[in-house]
Design a protein around this ligand. Structure first.
Ligand code: MOS
Length: 733
C-alpha cells in the first residue's frame, strides 16, 4: 500500500493553537461562577491527626467552605492500579507520609484560598518515620501489579548456570528516587449539574479517571464526564486517579459551585507519585567466548505503608539476551512515603541501566567489543516465552548506529582519548520496550457540508495523537489531512485505553484505520448502487479515492465525491463507529521495540564535570506514522535519559521523611545547554503481526539505555565505573 500521508513529517495539527495560547489546557478552561480550592497537607511523615483547627481559616476573607479528611473517603488509600474497586469510606487518622492530603479550603479567589489554607492548624502526634531502605521492613511480594505478574521469574537452572560460567560478575547498581516534573502541574475543575459531574482533568486516561471517580464516590459512570483536551506532559504521573481530583469533586458537590484545584509545583512532589529508588543486585555469568550462562537480577524498591507498587527493574532482563538460566526477583521496602507510580519506561529505565552497564563491564572483562558481546547473546527468539518476535531489527540498529557514530574508530582502552583537558569517552547500550495494545473505538462522520470528523476517547499527552490520527484517517478516507478534524479527550466519545505503556498509537490507529476504511467503503457502495452516480454499476474494487474524489482507476473521468453522494441521498451525514482489538494471533508472537544508543562524553578531569558531546540513537518501532512527531518523542526520551544519568535525584530528609527541594530549581533536569546535537534514525519495519498499520511502541523506548550508555562512556573516558545514579562530579573526583 502506497502511503501518501501516513509517515510524512506533518506538523502538529494542534501546533498553532498551542503556540498562540488558544489551546485550553485544563487550568485554562473558563467556567462561570468558579471558586478555587487549595489542598492542605500533612507536614510530618508519620503519626496521627489529633485535631484540625479551622477556626482561624474559616473566618478568613473569601472562604466559602473547608472540607477535612474526616468528611471524605479515605484519600490516602486510593489503590494505585485498580480504581474500579470500591473504596474504604472510613476516615483514617493516620499520617503515612509527608504531604498527605488532609483537606481542602474553598474560597472566592485563589489567593484567598491559599491564605486560608495557611491558617489551618493541624495538630498531630508525631512518630519517627521510616525513610531509608536500611530502616525499612523488606519483603518479597508474591505478585506485582495486583496479580498480573509474578514477583519472581525464573528459567533454567541458576546454579548450573553459575557452575558453567568461566566468569561470574556480581554488582550492585542503584538509582535514586525521581519525579516526573511535567511542565503543567496537575489540575481539576469539578462541576456538578444535579447528579451529573463534569471533570476537566489533567489525565492520561479519561475513561480510567471516570471509572475511578465512580468507584470512590459511588456514582454510575453515565453520571460522570471527564474532559482532557491538551496535556502539558504526563510521563506516568497523570496516568492514575489521584486524590486532588476526588477532593475537587467532593468540594464542588458541597459548595454547589464549580471548584478549580491546581496543584502547586511543590505539591507535585508528594501528590502524584514518583519513581522509586532502586537497589539492584545483578549477576552475569559467561563463558570465555562471551556466551551468557546465567543472569540474576534482584531489585529492591520503595513502596508506601498502605499499598504495593514495584519498580519492575527485571522486565527487560527476562527477554533481552539469549541466556538459558535466569532469576528475576522483586523486594519491596515500606517507607513513609506516598505510593510510587509509573514513570517513563517504568522498570526498563532503571533496570536497563544496571543490565547494560553490567554488559559493558563484562565486555571489558572478556576483552570484547561491547557490540560484539551483545551480538553473541542476541536473542533470535524471545528467550523467556520461546515465542518468535513479531519483528526485531536490533542488529540493524547496532550496525547503523555504529556506522553513523564512527564506533569502529574507538580505542577501547580507558583514558585513551583526550581533547585538551577533557577526557573523551564513547559508550553504547541497547534499548527495548514491550509493544502492547488494547481495544479502542472510533467514530467517523462525513458531513454533506464537506466536513469530516473523527472521534475517539483517547488522549494527546503532548506526543502527537491529534496529528498522527488525523493522518491515518485522512489517508484511509482519501482526503487531505486538512479536511479531517480529529477529536479526543472526552469520556463521552467512543472508548479508548489510557495513554500509558506506550500503547496509544498501537491501540487507536488501527481503530481509526478500520472506521475510516469502513466509511469509505460505505460511501463507494452508495455511489455504485445509485443510478444517478457516474460510478453506477462499477465494482467496489475498481474504485479509489484521492483528494476527496472517488473515481474509477481505469477511467478517472468517471467520478463522484462524498458530499454529492450525501446530497443525492438526502443525508446530512454518514456515520460509522468501529472497534478494533489486538489480533488474537498476535499472542503467538513476542512484541517489542528495540534500539541502540551511542554517546560521546567529555569529562573535565579537574572538575569532574561531564558534558554530553553528541549522541546517536537508532530505533526500530514498526511503521513510523509521522517522522517529525516520532523524532520528537525520541529527542524527549534521550533528554530524559541524560537527566537520569547526570542530574535527576529526589532527596528525602532521612530524619523527617520530607522531600527536600520540592521545586524545579533544586530538582535538576537538563536545559537546552545540557543537550547535544542528536542524530536520530529509525529502522522501519513491516510488522504484519502487531496491527493493520504495523506500528509498535515508541514513546518510552528512547529513555531506555541512555543512562548506561553515558555511564559506559564515562568509564571509557575516566576508567571509573559509576554504578550509582546520577553520575555527579563528586563521584568522579
Ligand atoms: Mo507511562 S510511565 O506508562 O505513562
Amino acid at each position: 500500500m502506497q502511503h501518501r500521508i501516513v509517515g510524512k513529517p506533518l506538523d502538529r495539527v494542534d501546533g498553532r493553537l498551542k503556540v498562540t495560547g488558544e489551546a485550553a489546557y485544563t487550568a485554562d478552561v473558563s467556567i462561570d461562577n468558579l471558586v478555587y480550592g487549595v489542598i492542605f497537607q500533612s507536614a510530618i511523615a508519620k503519626g496521627k491527626v489529633i485535631q484540625i483547627d479551622i477556626s482561624a481559616a474559616v473566618i478568613a476573607p473569601g472562604v466559602v467552605d473547608i472540607i477535612t479528611y474526616e468528611q471524605t473517603p479515605s484519600l490516602v488509600k486510593i489503590p494505585f492500579f485498580s480504581p474500579q474497586q470500591p473504596q474504604p469510606t472510613e476516615k483514617d487518622d493516620n499520617i503515612y507520609y509527608d504531604g498527605q492530603h488532609l483537606g481542602i479550603v474553598v474560597a472566592q479567589t485563589l489567593e484567598q484560598a491559599q491564605t486560608a489554607a495557611s491558617l489551618v492548624k493541624i495538630i498531630c502526634e508525631e512518630a519517627s518515620p521510616t525513610v531509608t531502605m536500611a530502616q525499612a521492613e523488606v519483603f518479597e511480594p508474591e505478585s506485582i501489579f495486583f496479580g498480573i505478574m509474578p514477583g519472581k521469574i525464573t528459567r533454567g537452572d541458576v546454579e548450573s548456570g553459575k557452575t558453567h560460567a568461566d566468569i561470574l560478575m556480581e554488582q550492585v547498581y542503584t538509582t535514586p528516587m525521581e519525579h516526573h516534573n511535567p511542565l503543567e502541574t496537575s489540575a481539576t475543575i469539578a462541576m456538578w449539574e444535579g447528579d451529573n459531574l463534569t471533570l476537566y482533568e489533567t489525565t492520561q486516561g479519561i475513561s480510567s479517571t471516570q471509572r475511578g471517580i465512580c468507584a470512590v464516590l459511588n456514582i454510575p459512570p453515565e453520571n460522570v464526564r471527564v474532559i482532557s483536551k491538551y496535556l502539558g506532559g504526563g510521563f506516568g504521573c497523570k496516568a492514575l486517579l489521584k486524590s486532588h481530583t476526588i477532593l475537587a469533586a467532593i468540594a464542588a458537590r458541597q459548595v454547589k459551585r464549580p471548584v478549580k484545584v491546581v496543584l502547586m509545583r511543590s505539591q507535585m512532589y508528594t501528590s502524584c507519585g514518583y519513581r522509586s529508588q532502586t537497589q539492584q543486585h545483578l549477576t552475569l555469568g559467561a563463558t570465555k567466548d562471551g556466551k551468557l550462562t546465567v543472569i540474576t537480577h534482584i531489585g529492591t524498591s520503595f513502596t508506601s505503608p498502605f499499598d504495593d507498587f514495584v519498580e519492575a527493574v527485571g522486565a527487560a532482563t527476562t527477554m533481552m539476551y539469549a541466556c538459558p538460566n535466569l532469576e528475576v526477583k522483586y523486594r519491596l521496602a515500606r517507607i513513609n512515603a506516598s505510593t510510587p507510580t509509573f514513570m517513563r519506561a517504568p522498570g526498563e529505565a532503571p533496570g536497563m541501566f544496571a543490565l547494560e552497564s553490567a554488559m559493558d563491564e563484562l565486555a571489558y572483562t572478556l576483552n570484547l567489543d561491547p557490540i560484539e558481546l551483545r551480538l553473541r547473546n542476541h536473542a533470535d527468539i524471545d528467550p523467556h516465552t520461546g515465542l518468535a518476535w513479531s519483528s526485531k531489527s536490533l542488529k540493524q540498529c547496532y550496525q547503523q548506529g555504529a556506522e553513523i557514530f564512527g564506533w569502529s574508530k574507538r580505542n577501547p582502552v580507558p583514558r585513551s582519548m583526550r581533547d585538551e583537558h577533557f577526557l573523551i569517552g564513547w559508550g553504547m547500550a541497547s534499548a527495548t520496550f514491550p509493544s502492547h495494545a488494547g481495544p479502542a473505538s472510533v467514530k467517523v462522520e462525513i458531513f454533506a457540508t464537506g466536513e469530516v470528523r473523527v472521534q475517539s476517547g483517547t488522549q494527546d499527552i503532548g506526543t502527537g495523537t491529534y496529528t498522527v490520527m488525523t493522518q491515518v484517517a485522512a489517508e484511509a478516507l482519501g482526503l487531505s489531512s486538512q479536511s479531517v478534524q480529529f477529536e479526543l479527550g472526552d469520556s463521552n466519545l467512543p472508548k479508548a485505553p489510557v495513554t500509558g505503556n506506550s500503547i496509544t498509537v498501537g491501540s487507536v490507529s488501527p481503530a481509526v484505520h478500520k472506521a475510516a476504511s469502513a466509511a469509505r467503503v460505505k460511501m463507494i457502495q452508495m455511489a455504485i448502487t445509485d443510478s444517478n452516480s457516474p460510478l453506477y454499476g462499477s465494482q467496489l474494487d475498481d474504485i479509489t479515492v484521492e483528494s476527496g474524489q472517488i473515481f474509477l482507476r481505469q477511467d478517472p473521468s468517471k467520478r463522484d465525491n462524498y458530499t454529492d453522494i450525501l446530497h443525492r441521498h438526502g443525508l446530512k451525514s454518514l456515520e460509522v463507529t468501529e472497534e478494533s482489538s489486538p489480533n488474537p494471533e498476535s499472542k503467538q508472537y513476542s512484541k517489542h521495540s528495540f534500539g541502540a544508543i551511542f554517546v560521546e562524553v567529555a569529562v573535565d578531569e579537574l572538575l569532574g564535570e561531564i558534558k554530553i558531546r553528541r549522541c546517536v540513537g537508532v530505533y526500530s518501532a514498526g511503521r513510523i506514522l509521522n517522522f517529525k512527531t516520532a523524532r520528537s518523542q525520541v529527542v524527549g526520551g534521550i533528554t530524559w535519559g541524560i537527566g537520569m544519568a547526570l542530574m535527576e535525584k529526589t532527596v528525602m530528609d532521612t530524619n523527617q521523611g520530607r522531600i527536600v527541594g520540592a521545586n524545579l530549581s533544586d530538582y535538576l533536569i537538563p536545559v537546552h545547554a545540557d543537550i547535544p546535537n542528536m542524530e536520530v534514525q529509525f529502522v522501519e519495519e513491516h510488522d504484519s503481526v502487531v496491527n493493520a498499520l504495523g506500528t509498535k511502541s515508541l514513546g518510552e523506548l528512547p529513555i531506555v539505555g541512555v543512562a548506561a550508555a553515558i555511564s559506559n562512556a564515562v568509564y571509557h573516558a575516566t576508567g571509573k565505573r559509576i554504578r550509582d545514579l546520577p553520575i555527579t562530579p563528586d563521584k568522579l573526583l
